[in-house]
Design a protein around this ligand. Structure first.
Ligand code: SAM
Length: 280
């Protein structure tokens, strides 16, 4: 700061670990220490992190259910000092509260300073082995089957790598929908990143689906899906593609009837013709 220039109270966006408590930057610790107030998604979770680093800055809750009613209180705190926004894990604003606060702060000419740091989306992408030069983050996919399939169909022509947050009890259904709607694609399921049981399952979606049907997943999951290749989604399906997709469905444990119905729907072929294909 130059002489005579007073620093304006600032809203800091502070990423926190997604599992391993060592994954926090020196700058994040300093900002948490020096701020007047920390607005935290869950004050109990953040208190544990602060205790580990002996930081005793006051906390207030700022979560999904009070993020609008709490705006005035956080803005009032910004009249007198810096506020650090943190979520339970990772980067605030990424499938977590933050966007509204940033928007209102900017509208009031309050400086917003983002700190780089952990986020499951980028950590999973770089571990996936899938192209990183272009990607689309879709947050949490819809839970209901029809809406999920529609969301995937809307993404079918997207060439960038797709990344979604997913819950362990929906993963198998989501992978089955990916296979149905997008066909056989490479995927990576990044589970428990940075934690003791970290694992990344990579492979064709049918293999990964078969794996998780056998071994139901636990923990936190980020799903990475290869983007569309060439113009495959615009072309009529040839017999090879239909056979390959049918085989993938059967390998994933579906009955021949269910597999034929799904592949017929995706390819535009008649169900009977798909059913009769010789793929065993
Ligand atoms: N703001 C966070 C971020 O930047 O990563 C994401 C918050 S979102 C509510 C939480 C979801 O992120 C989890 O349900 C899971 O899908 C994903 N996630 C969080 N931690 C993870 C981890 N350690 N490994 C894999 N996925 C994780």
């Amino acid at each position: 700061m130059g002489q005579g220039l007073e620093k304006m109270p600032t809203l800091y966006i502070v990423p926190t670990p997604i599992g391993n408590l060592e994954d926090i930057t020196l700058r994040a610790l300093r900002v948490l220490h020096e701020s007047t107030l920390i607005a935290a998604e869950d004050t109990r979770t953040t208190r544990k992190l602060l205790a580990r680093y002996e930081i005793d800055t006051p906390l207030t809750s700022y979560h999904e259910h009070n993020k609008l009613t709490k705006l005035d209180a956080v803005l009032a705190a910004l009249d007198t000092g810096d506020v650090a926004l943190v979520s339970d894990a990772g980067t605030p604003g990424i499938s977590d509260p933050g966007y509204e606060l940033v928007q209102v702060a900017l509208a009031r000419d309050i400086p917003v300073v983002p700190l780089p740091g952990p986020s499951a989306v980028i950590t999973a992408l770089v571990a996936s082995g899938l192209p990183t030069d272009r990607f689309v983050f879709v947050g949490f996919l819809p839970r209901k089957s029809g809406a999920l399939r529609k969301a995937l169909a809307d993404l079918a022509a997207e060439r960038g790598t797709l990344i979604a947050y997913e819950s362990p009890n929906r993963l198998v259904d989501t992978l089955a929908a990916v296979l149905d709607v997008l066909g056989e694609r490479p995927v990576a399921v990044a589970r428990e990143l940075t934690k003791l049981y970290e694992e990344v399952q990579r492979g064709p979606v049918s293999d990964v689906l078969a794996h998780y049907r056998q071994t139901p997943p636990k923990g936190e999951i980020t799903l990475v899906i290869g983007g569309a290749v060439e113009d495959a989604t615009d072309q009529p399906w040839d017999a090879d593609r239909v056979c390959e997709t049918l085989r993938a469905h059967l390998d994933a444990g579906e009955t021949r009837s269910a597999a034929a119905r799904a592949v017929a729907e995706a390819s535009g072929w008649a169900r009977r013709d798909v059913y009769d294909l010789d793929v065993d």
